[in-house]
Design a protein around this ligand. Structure first.
Ligand code: FAD
Length: 214
């Protein structure tokens, strides 16, 4: 494993997520990895899939997003900002997907990154049954890294929110594994709202240890 792409979706660099990103970059680079970053807020990444993503439409009358995605991938005509992200994913052996939990899920800008970049024809081929173990991203790994405002107790299986790992299965299983990625254990920082600075520092160290163990 040599090439790491960190897809990062947090709006404030001077945040706990920002500190974790900086720690990850220096840890991975220190370990000899090539690290690329997609800082979605920093890039002002366009978050909605729409007809503008397809400058060479196969059907200019009725807009069928999935059909246009397959056509654009096959013909190499997808919008340049998506093409650049696709190349980053192609180069990566490991994708780190990092974000603060918002409404028990990912920030909209990251959902938009998946909608636009994980195009059929690039990540799966439904016609040929190339999903899950045969997904087109097989051979690559992914790790989801999140901070949650709520505590581990609130997000435990018996807690009022329910198990966070189950909520995240829409991402870890139905999206990442669906595309053939081997998904590593999700790294969660619970109780991020109101966390004491020394506990935040300990969480950053725990994240660094996790990365060193990869
Ligand atoms: C729209 C929305 C929806 C949300 N929905 C949910 C939800 O469904 N479930 C849930 O659990 N939470 C939810 N939250 C809370 C959210 O998950 C947290 O606000 C987020 O995880 C905190 O991460 P942060 O990077 O923004 O931390 P920050 O707010 O930046 O920091 C948190 C604490 O970490 C420490 N810290 C900050 N920066 C540093 C640094 N540079 N170095 C060391 N320590 C630092 C400080 O002690 C700080 O108080 C929601 C928030 C929003 C805005």
């Amino acid at each position: 494993m040599k090439n790491v792409l960190i897809v990062y979706a947090a709006p404030e660099p001077k945040s706990l997520n920002g500190a974790m990103l900086a720690a990850a970059i220096s840890t991975l680079k220190g370990g000899g990895m090539n690290v690329e970053i997609s800082d979605l807020y920093g890039m002002d990444f366009k978050a909605v899939l729409d007809a503008r993503d397809f400058p060479d439409r196969r059907d200019t009358v009725v807009f069928d997003p999935a059909a246009e995605q397959m056509h654009a991938i096959a013909t190499g005509t997808i919008a340049p900002d998506i093409a650049a992200e696709i190349e980053k994913v192609r180069r990566a052996d490991l994708l780190i997907i990092q974000f603060p939990i918002w409404w028990t899920s990912m920030p909209a800008i990251l959902k938009g990154w998946f909608d636009r970049v994980f195009a059929p024809g690039f990540v799966v081929n439904l016609q040929k049954g190339q999903v899950y173990g045969n997904g087109l991203l097989r051979g690559k790994k992914a790790m989801v890294v999140v901070t949650a405002g709520s505590s581990a107790e609130l997000y435990s299986p018996a807690g009022p929110h329910g198990d966070l790992h189950q909520h995240l299965r829409a991402l870890t299983h139905n999206l990442l594994e669906f595309c053939g990625l081997e998904v590593l254990q999700t790294h969660v920082v619970y109780g991020a709202v109101g966390i004491a600075p020394e506990d935040a520092d300990r969480e950053i160290e725990r994240y660094v240890d996790r990365l060193l163990a990869l």
